[in-house]
Design a binder for this molecule. Structure first.
Ligand code: ARG
Length: 583
């Protein structure tokens, strides 16, 4: 389905041609003076130079040629602007088409294409902390946006499950329980199915080991050796690793589920490991990797660089593979298994240089073909009220679970105090509002910017917040429920200026989603639904909907707010949350 601007531009171009001018002058834009008109065309000003006459002369001639059915106002104004308002019938039929089209007539530009969204990136055996929130929320939303445009989407969590943290746990466990069969090199029996630790023990073991590593050199050495032996397949260590994975992944799944964040692929750094030897051999053989101070590196600097881009390290001087190696190997696996048209990474922006390096290395060496796009969305930090990275009251790193619990408790109190829903619906309603508050609070900011986490503001029912959007949807739902059979009523012509504003705003859905996708900016969707919700509420306040006696008119009102509800619900689904029935 054509976007409304394309349609109007098409009509304008025809009018230019009919008046004897070049059609290409007929480009229409949304008005920058909404007090005067809805759309405008400035083409006559440019055309005047070519045709050597006064712009207003051209504007007048073009205005004559426009179809009066399509516009309720066509004005040629000095020095040569064309100001337009759409006719009710034009808008009505456009919205009616939008209502009946699949997904509001969006052009499915992703059909036949595959995109891997790499987000989440938690490290196993470490609890999720608030540093993981943005990746989860932004990544999930980006993935859903791709999906809406028809892409085959693969969200890959890319677990940090292969590094030193595994060796640290093994070394610490050995100090605590040396008698375990996992450490007996002569052991030939089956390893126990039951892990020698619980998730909470694991979460205590890891930080204890990490702290010990800093002070105790011999222990650090042990951990490095354990990591090395694990990676080289020592059976007892592999068995411990499997225990850590089983326990940790189950816990991660629970946490991500609570956030309504879902991954299609639960792969990790360990899954990239088998690809590393061939990768390194290949990079050396083809001359992409060169030796530098005992290490193997892929030079990636380009002449046009404004700042220095250091080479991408493939193998460290001690022979070990690093973060970049794993990421390159992961690309090999993805190209082999999924042949994606794009890989989109969502991480903290402090990793930008890393991604610049590996993207260049991957392209240069052909690991990723020219036809596959690589993009990194680097997000800013979530700060506390003091403008510094968000911390717990005692200055520690806050667990994600805690943050969610705090938000949920805050919302629950409001729900209970204001008697918003009956007792048995308190929990479900609370969850939905809390999720909206948390996610919208994050997503409404440009991803690259830092933002301040503010429970009060995020959970407010008024203002530019998730709960306000939910409230608007719930308001519509309640009107529709009172009205009765509301599905499938056709859109009527705008009955008042509030209806028209609302209708015009609805036509802007697809263009906004396209911008959000093109610029990887869910905040564009937030800004759009905030505006839309404003028009819904204005219309609601200025119009008697349920008391309207003219039943025909009323049908039109209902059809309009039902469409607005569908648009709002589609958008919040892309953002990753949903509305309750009552609020
Ligand atoms: N585990 C990494 C970290 O904690 C994030 C992984 C991001 N994804 C990637 N493909 N490198 O920093």
């Amino acid at each position: 389905m054509k976007k409304i601007l394309e349609l109007i531009t098409g009509k304008m171009e025809q009018a230019f041609a009919d008046a004897g001018y070049e059609a290409s002058y007929g480009k229409v834009t949304v008005s920058n003076r909404p007090d005067l008109c809805e759309y405008q065309c400035n083409g006559a000003l440019a055309a005047a130079k070519q045709y050597k006459c006064a712009p207003i002369q051209i504007a007048n001639a073009v205005a004559e040629k426009l179809d009066k059915q399509d516009f309720s106002m066509i004005e040629a104004v000095m020095p040569g602007f064309l100001n337009l308002k759409l006719s009710d019938s034009f808008l009505q039929s456009y919205l009616e088409e939008m209502r009946n089209a699949e997904d509001f007539g969006v052009e499915k530009t992703g059909t036949g294409k595959t995109v891997v969204v790499d987000y989440g990136g938690p490290n196993v055996a470490k609890p999720l902390h608030i540093g993981h929130l943005r990746s989860a929320i932004i990544g999930e939303s980006l993935k859903r946006l791709y999906k809406f445009f028809g892409y085959n989407t693969i969200g890959d969590i890319h677990l940090g499950d292969w590094g030193l943290q595994m060796g640290l746990i093994i070394a610490e466990l050995q100090e605590r329980q040396p008698e375990l069969c996992y450490f007996d090199e002569g052991y030939t029996g089956e390893y126990p199915a039951e892990a020698p630790f619980t998730i909470s023990e694991l979460e205590e073991i890891y930080p204890a080991a990490a702290a010990k590593k800093k002070e105790d050199e011999a222990f650090a050495e042990k951990a490095h050796t354990a990591t090395f032996e694990l990676q080289n397949g020592r059976p007892g260590y592999r068995a411990i690793w499997q225990h850590i994975m089983n326990i940790s992944v189950a816990d991660l799944k629970r946490n991500y589920n609570n956030l309504d964040v879902h991954f299609e692929a639960w792969l990790g750094e360990s899954d990239a490991d088998p690809y590393i030897p061939d990768l390194i051999a290949d990079m050396k053989a083809k001359g992409f990797a060169v030796q530098s101070e005992g290490a193997w590196v892929i030079p990636v600097a380009e002449e046009t660089d404004k700042k220095e881009i250091p080479p991408c390290i493939l193998v460290k001087s001690d022979g070990s593979a690093i973060y970049a190696t794993t990421d390159l190997a992961t690309m090999v696996q993805r190209m082999q298994d999924w042949k994606p048209d794009k890989m989109h990474y969502v991480t903290d922006k402090r990793q930008s240089l890393h991604f610049e390096q590996i993207f260049r290395a991957a392209k240069k060496s052909g690991i990723v073909p020219e036809t596959t796009q690589l993009e990194h969305l680097g997000f800013g930090t979530m700060n506390g009220a003091d403008g510094k990275p968000f911390k717990t009251r005692d200055g520690g790193v806050m667990r994600l679970e805690q943050l969610i619990a705090d938000m949920t408790d805050f919302v629950r109190t409001k729900v209970v105090e204001n008697k918003i829903v009956p007792q048995d619906a308190v929990e479900e309603t609370t969850q939905k509002i809390a999720m909206a508050a948390l996610k919208y609070g994050d997503l409404s900011n440009q991803p690259t910017k830092d933002y301040v986490f503010d429970i009060d503001r995020f959970a407010a029912f008024e203002g530019n917040t998730g709960p306000y959007i939910l409230y608007t949807i719930v308001r519509i739902k309640s009107i529709l429920a009172k009205y009765g059979a509301w599905e499938n009523l056709p859109i009527a012509p705008a009955a008042n200026v509030y209806a028209k504003d609302l209708m015009l705003c609805i036509t802007k859905l697809v263009p906004n989603l396209e911008i959000a996708l093109r610029t990887a900016s869910p905040n564009v969707i937030c800004a759009y639904i905030y505006e839309l919700a404003g028009f819904v509420n204005k219309f609601y306040h200025e119009t008697r909907i349920l008391n309207e006696e003219d039943k025909q008119l009323q049908k039109g009102y209902i059809a309009l707010i039902a469409l607005a509800k569908n648009v709002l619900e589609t958008c919040i689904d892309i953002l990753g949350f949903s509305a309750p029935d009552k609020m």
